[in-house]
Design a protein around this ligand. Structure first.
Ligand SMILES: C=C(O[C@@H]1C=C(C(=O)O)C=C[C@H]1O)C(=O)O
Length: 381
């Protein structure tokens, strides 16, 4: 039987996501992969299979390092609804607690300090690098990806969430699931319209509305954060300009927020020059942006590899692409990997470092970013 892309009017409920290789909830709708026709660990092979009509759709995850295996599924059916997934009564979760901080907080501070020495050196071309850390979490009993994504979506005012089976990436990833709630659109294609919503530059939210508004205003006026953001826009423009006409990128970012943070964000739009460029092609072209890697890309990636090691699927992309070339890819942040046994999770958070960053502030920023996952999972801090 041939696989198909189906538009359905009814939202999928969270319980039905259990055996699915891919679920992406967005404010404007949900995409669910059902059944598996094929699996790909190579992005080029997957893109070629889509181009030649061997598969009708792809969904899954791209790793941080483009040289590493991808986790893409050609689903039997790619089901689309026009609402985010319903999370009306998410199941209770077992107690989940932090058992390990990777690396120790002092080591993260040391890494930021080492990066600053390079960023402040006149004869080093590194101008921005995104450094991340991880938390190992343990659940009292096995948890299901479907219950975790229901929690994440239910806890996010924008109702973003994803759960992706990483099995296609090979033995090391078999049975592991990537779960998160990302606020950042890497790239979206619908017909010939291309959009993106890069984020870079962050400030903590406050419970007091006046303090919250003041924090947002300080962020919007912060030279340091505007510079951090400008690196992302410059890189995105360089990749999209040859691929798009009518590229519209506002001169200044605007404020956007999650429950935990204010961010600087820029709504980017353009029209594809060549309709054969698919959403997957676009995602592969723009990734990794300086929002999660740095500037220049190669130097930042080398630095990250040296100090952090392999990031796996954190700071990659999660998304889908259909046979028309339409699709949507989110930056893989505010996320965790659930191991096959269902009891061990690794959560990730990072932040952009520039010459005038402060190491203690950067550590604090990652702690707040962990909040998306920890608060949704009810982890005590
Ligand atoms: C790297 C992360 O977030 C990215 C880094 C940001 C920053 O440095 O200000 C803001 C949004 C994201 O692009 C993360 O959440 O782990």
């Amino acid at each position: 039987m041939q696989s198909s892309v189906v538009d359905t009017p009814t939202p999928d409920c969270a319980e039905r996501t259990v055996a699915r290789p891919f679920v992406l909830s967005r404010p404007h709708g949900t995409v669910v992969a059902e059944g598996i026709d094929d699996r790909f660990d190579c992005a080029d092979a997957a893109a070629a299979a889509l181009r030649t009509g061997h598969v009708r759709a792809l969904a899954g995850a791209l790793p941080f390092d483009p040289a590493h295996p991808v986790a893409l599924t050609a689903p039997h059916t790619l089901r689309r609804t026009s609402t985010p997934i319903g999370a009306s009564s998410p199941a209770g979760l077992p107690a989940i607690r932090v058992v390990h901080t990777i690396p120790a907080e002092e080591t993260h501070i040391d890494r930021v300090t080492t990066a600053l020495a390079r960023l402040r050196s006149a004869d080093d071309d590194l101008v921005k690098v995104v450094l991340a850390r991880a938390l190992r979490l343990r659940s009292e009993h096995p948890v299901r990806a479907a219950d975790l994504i229901a929690r994440l979506v239910g806890n996010d005012p924008a109702r973003n969430g994803f759960a992706v089976d990483l099995t296609p990436a090979g033995d090391a990833w078999r049975g592991r699931q990537l779960i998160g709630s990302s606020p950042e659109v890497l790239i979206r294609r619908r017909g010939d319209v291309v959009t993106a919503h890069p984020l870079a530059g962050s400030a903590p939210r406050h419970a007091d509305p006046a303090a919250d508004r003041a924090a947002a205003e300080r962020l919007a006026a912060s030279e340091k954060n505007l510079a951090e953001h400008a690196h992302v826009i410059r890189a995105l423009r360089a990749v999209l300009e040859p691929l798009c006409t009518d590229l519209d990128i506002p001169d200044l970012p605007s404020l956007t927020s999650t429950k935990q943070l204010w961010h600087l964000g820029t709504p980017v739009s353009g029209r594809l020059r060549d309709r054969s460029t698919t959403a997957l092609d676009l995602a592969l072209a723009v990734h990794p942006t300086p929002a999660i890697c740095g500037t220049p890309t190669e130097a930042a990636r080398d630095f990250i590899r040296d100090v952090e090691g392999d990031r796996g699927f954190y700071a990659g992309a999660v998304g889908w692409c259909d046979s028309d070339g339409d699709g949507e890819w989110m930056v893989t942040i505010r996320c965790a990997v659930l191991d096959a046994d269902g009891t061990t999770l690794t959560a990730y958070a990072g932040g952009g470092i520039v010459a005038d960053s402060d190491p203690a502030d950067e550590l604090a920023e990652t702690s707040i970013k962990f909040g998306t996952v920890l608060d949704a999972f009810g982890v005590r801090r």
